[in-house]
Design a protein around this ligand. Sequence first.
Ligand code: CMC
Length: 379
Amino acid sequence: MTDIRKGLVGVVADETAISKVNPETNSLLYRGYPVQQLADTQPFEAVAHLLWHGELPDDAELAALRAAERAHRALAPEVRAVIDAQPVSAHPMDELRTAVSVLGAAATAGTDNVLEAVGTPEQNVERSVRLFAALPALVAYGQRRRRGLEPVEPRDDLDYPANLLWMTFGEEPHGTVVDALNRSLTLYAEHSFNASTFTARVIASTLSDLYSAVVGAIGALKGPLHGGANEAVMHVFDEIGDASRVGPWLDEALAEKRKIMGFGHRVYKRGDSRVPTMKRALDALVEHYGRPEVAELTETLEREFVDRKGIYPNLDYPSGPAYSLMGFDTVTFTPLFVAARVTGWTAHILEQQGSNALIRPLSEYVGPEERHVPGYTPD
Ligand code: CMC
């Protein structure tokens, strides 16, 4: 009997030096550093540098990355034109996927020989930084366009998360909000061979280009079993309404055998180590905006669901309400995840390109035995 691992459960597909997920110790390390320590101490740009280069940047390296990132923040007119050609009601993840594709076509224009599509290592580091730099404008415009608003020009006196907030809302962001967003971007940045990262690595393994790999990753992240869960969590909270309704809502949802979004994880079975840090960020936002009912609802649903099912919340659970409090529309939550995870995806693409083997698994055939087309006679 062939040993089939449906969903590749438990399969170790390759080595990586980028992050270590350890469900036994409930820990997640980026290049050896506990993610909680990074989230509490580092600006997001430093985490991006760490993921790409393996070490935290010194002052000069951080300044160089910031300068490169700030130089490429503006929403390119050709990208805006393609976004504007989509229906206003298009999902922002679809817009984002399309926009990255357009950026890829522009960046790789002139490469007529497919053997050169993959680019050089130096080109790919530069493309990673440019894509990272372009994302806040895309996320921000995705939300503004739906509200009938013009894009806001970037500010090069603001760090990555503060500029993202500025470009979305056109207002000076409060320090508490910037801090919460910075933490969430770090927590979302990387998570080893998750579905979207693996998708990116599969595409990179064919020696296709970095943009194609990221476009595929965005498609994988959109699904509610993966990144789309942070949006789906908010629909759950909206459906429940307030803490007093949690019990009856759960009775019904569990009777219907519904999966409750924001709970459970393929790897962590005893809790997601990123959750406590994100919960603290959520608590700070609840306090800042004076919205205790949000904390009451999230805490009540978590307590009751864990009591009944013994399944713990994942990072998407506190992130959804945190992004909502910040003022993001629910459909903008997964694009925010993209703005964070693009760092991890591109680090993995660079790693895959550095020691490539085409990813091409086997399957067990369970269709009809060989048979012949009626009337067929060989020449
Ligand atoms: N609600 C209700 N039951 C659940 C849930 C949930 N959220 N998660 C797992 N279960 C049950 C599931 O029904 C199954 O029960 P049974 O054995 O009786 O059939 C058992 O737990 C095992 O679940 P599974 O789906 O086979 O486990 P998995 O490792 O394939 O699933 C998961 C992991 C994330 C797909 C799943 O927990 C899930 O669908 N969660 C909801 C969506 C979600 O929050 N996704 C975000 C994941 S983490 C962050 C990210 O990747 O973006």
